[in-house]
Design a protein around this ligand. Sequence first.
Ligand code: PGA
Length: 260
Amino acid sequence: MKPTVRKPILAGNWKLNKTIREAIELVTLLNRQIRDFQHVDVVVCPPFTALAEVSEVLMQSEIRLGAQNVYWEDKGAFTGEVSAPMLKDAGCAYVIVGHSERRQFFHETHETVNKRTRAALRHGLTPIVCAGETLAEREASRTFQVVKEQIEGGLRGFTQEEARKLVLAYEPVWAIGTGKVATPEQAQEVHAYLRKELQALFGAETAESLRIQYGGSVKADNIAELMRQPDIDGALVGGASLDAQSFADIVRNAALVAVK
Ligand code: PGA
């Protein structure tokens, strides 16, 4: 049984998709379909350009807004970057940090993940900190080592109080956008390991209260069995969050497990 302190959280990571108009259309539909889900938190993470407009649509909604990245300085001569105060201003409550695509394509390191996470917390944004191994790392039996380093590095120097405000996401790189979802057992094994690691870093109470999402080819037909695992507290959804019906179905199926 999952402790009730961990309210499941479903987040849609839209990645590099949707114009402003398309984003408004999608979130308007979602807003109609996702109502009265007191048992789960729901977040959408559009691209930067659509944040402010999507925020307007979500004014009276239970759906929360998130961004896909954040820079660690508040302002200044940092061409091309977007800061935590700017995200707050655009209506964000969450921000994804250290997604594997950022690690892979944009030179994200443990240190930069740490700085971004810290900046988010400083401004009252909830960071969704991602970790996960590549296929080669899994095949070399390095999964635990890799996620341990990502978590230790990403969260180095954080107090218990700060750690309690985080959401983590375990996203095996080989499962992202591939249609190859981790089995519930594979995912649970790493989630349990991460929670043990969190316990070592921040103590049992903090570890028990932290939500760990699974991400990687989550769909309406596999979310329920993932959610039934004791240490899986929701999902970070990519492809299937780009369609209102499929994301709403994921939220609904997750909520059904959550109320049981
Ligand atoms: P996917 O992406 O659901 O398309 O596999 C998940 C993610 O990258 O967050």
